[in-house]
Design a protein around this ligand. Structure first.
Ligand SMILES: Nc1ncnc2c1ncn2[C@@H]1O[C@H](COP(=O)(O)OP(=O)(O)OP(=O)(O)O)[C@@H](O)[C@H]1O
Ligand SMILES: [Mg+2]
Length: 251
């Protein structure tokens, strides 16, 4: 399988705080990779360095056959990555002054240069997939968290990206809304798009992940098939972290 994103030696500090200390890993085309790790281990920073929402200090990325020096992005590098990727955030990040339909059509018209009519057709198609087509005139403030996140996923999918970066898409949701979003993500996973998902949802990771990458102390300390990482981890930090998750779920 072709590699889609390969990272070598990604480093990022915020002033004196060294968050990423040389991250190496790769995602192949079509692969679903789940990233886990304790709070503050740098998972969000890692995703944000990939699409240049955050500027890395050092490292190299091969992104779909373009080599990018991560401390020296060019405008073309940013365009190359942003035009073929989308991101879904923990806090949905919908435009509050736009209704559901406008939230999805905006990027299609502005970035993908579709006509308004085309954008509406594409948007309605994806909103139907996430079960939100009957809400197209509503504004984000009138939707539940789970509904807003499903709109955000439709917005990401509508851009027809090769890869979607998800940053804890369910962690801000009430428990009863988590499954509705996870089931939409499982449906997307079966459609072949490459997915890089930061999540603590072990069940989801078991169901969809080809690999789980575990981050600790600024590096990748475990990278393997879900059953190996979840049930037979090598690293002591992974063991501790997974116990913590299990305890939290049962308490
Ligand atoms: N813009 C910033 N300025 C200063 N420090 C930052 C900034 N962004 C992140 N950090 C720090 O970098 C570290 C890693 O943050 P990051 O958000 O990547 O962690 P995370 O693994 O995603 O954590 P969580 O599971 O809580 O979301 C944290 O100590 C955080 O406080
Ligand atoms: Mg985070």
């Amino acid at each position: 399988m072709r590699k889609y994103v390969e990272l070598y030696g990604l480093k990022k500090s915020f002033k004196d705080l060294e968050v990423l200390k040389g991250v190496d890993f790769q995602v192949r085309k079509g692969e679903k990779v789940v990233i886990m790790g304790s709070s503050g281990s740098g998972k969000s920073t890692l995703l944000r360095c990939i699409n240049h929402l955050e500027h890395a200090d050092d490292g190299i990325m091969n992104y779909n056959d373009r080599i990018i020096k991560l401390s020296r992005w060019t405008k073309e590098d940013v365009k190359h990555v942003r035009s073929s990727s989308a991101m879904v955030f923990q806090g949905y990040n919908l435009f509050k002054h736009m209704n559901v339909l406008q939230n999805v059509t905006e990027g299609l018209v502005q970035c993908k240069k579709h006509t308004k009519a085309e954008a509406i057709e594409i948007a309605e198609n994806y909103l139907e997939k996430v079960g939100m087509k009957d809400r197209i005139k509503q504004y984000p403030s009138s939707l539940s968290g789970g509904q807003q996140q499903r709109v955000a996923i439709a917005r990401a999918m509508a851009l027809n990206p090769d890869i979607i970066l998800f940053d804890e898409p369910t962690s801000a949701l009430d428990p009863e809304m988590v499954n509705e979003v996870l089931s939409v993500m499982e449906q997307i996973a079966s459609e072949g798009v490459t997915m890089l998902v930061v999540t603590h949802e072990v069940g989801f990771a078991k169901n969809i992940a080809d690999r789980i990458v575990f981050m600790d102390n600024g590096v990748v300390c475990e990278d393997g098939k879900p059953k190996d990482v979840l049930y037979n981890p090598h690293n002591i930090r992974t063991c501790k972290f997974l116990n913590l998750i299990e305890n939290r779920k049962t308490s």
